[in-house]
Design a binder for this molecule. Structure first.
Ligand code: HEM
Length: 197
């Protein structure tokens, strides 16, 4: 699938507003999550390992959300039922996000899209991309942060599957954890007052 065929996926386009984070602030964030050049190398390897497993990963994550009423709530309409069209549209962008997370060069276009993804979880932009009418207006920040755990724990069996040495799997997994934590930290920015971020 090409990225231009994914509805609502706008990384690198003029539709995305500029991230307010400066290069110096971003450098300190990377430093704080201990993310270095070696991690980028392991993320690239993880990208190769995951490439043909994306749908299976998404099945696990969607299974987890679907099994938790307090999470699937955010994809549900006013009737309280999960909206399959909404779930389906977000799923395509989620798959691309796995690829982007492993391939990230952390350039301005990527940083701007992190700002956009953050906004899409808040009342500033949630539901707009997919024309969803009656779903709840924002995702609570506490679940954004807590979700780092399942997104990290559940990726491990997929990293193991291609027969890499245990130490290499650990390195891929550590890099994934850092990359996800870095992103959720960036996504928390629109939730809080600029002076607090
Ligand atoms: C959208 C990842 C937390 C519900 C997205 C997208 C990604 C993503 C990649 C699509 C971004 C795009 O439009 O390109 C993540 C990650 C999380 C997280 C990595 C935490 C580690 C949550 C939680 C919920 C949630 C806790 C609650 C169930 C949603 C919804 C959308 C969305 C409803 C669609 C927003 C819209 O209307 O545009 N998420 N998410 N996410 N996510 Fe999350």
């Amino acid at each position: 699938m090409t990225t231009s065929s994914i509805p609502g996926y706008t990384l690198g386009t003029a539709e995305v507003a500029a991230s307010p984070i400066s290069d110096a602030e971003f450098a300190l964030l990377k430093q704080t999550v201990l993310l270095g050049e070696d991690d980028l190398r392991w993320l690239r390897i993880a990208g190769e390992v995951l490439d043909d497993q994306i749908e299976a990963v998404l099945d696990v994550w969607y299974g987890f959300v679907g099994a938790n009423a307090h999470l699937v709530h955010y994809f549900s309409g006013a009737d309280g039922k999960p909206d399959p069209a909404y779930l389906g549209r977000v799923r395509q962008r989620f798959g691309q996000w796995i690829r982007d997370t492993c391939a990230a060069r952390y350039d301005r276009a990527w940083l701007d899209y992190q700002h956009e993804i953050g906004l899409r979880h808040t009342s500033a932009k949630k539901n707009r991309t997919d024309g969803v009418v009656s779903a709840v207006p924002h995702i609570h920040l506490r679940y954004m942060i807590a979700f780092i755990v399942p997104i990290t724990a559940t990726i491990k069996p997929f990293l193991v599957r291609k027969g890499h040495a245990a130490a290499d799997v650990e390195a891929m997994h550590a890099a994934w954890f850092k990359a996800v934590t870095l992103q959720v930290t960036l996504w928390s920015e629109p939730y809080v007052a600029p002076s607090a971020f």
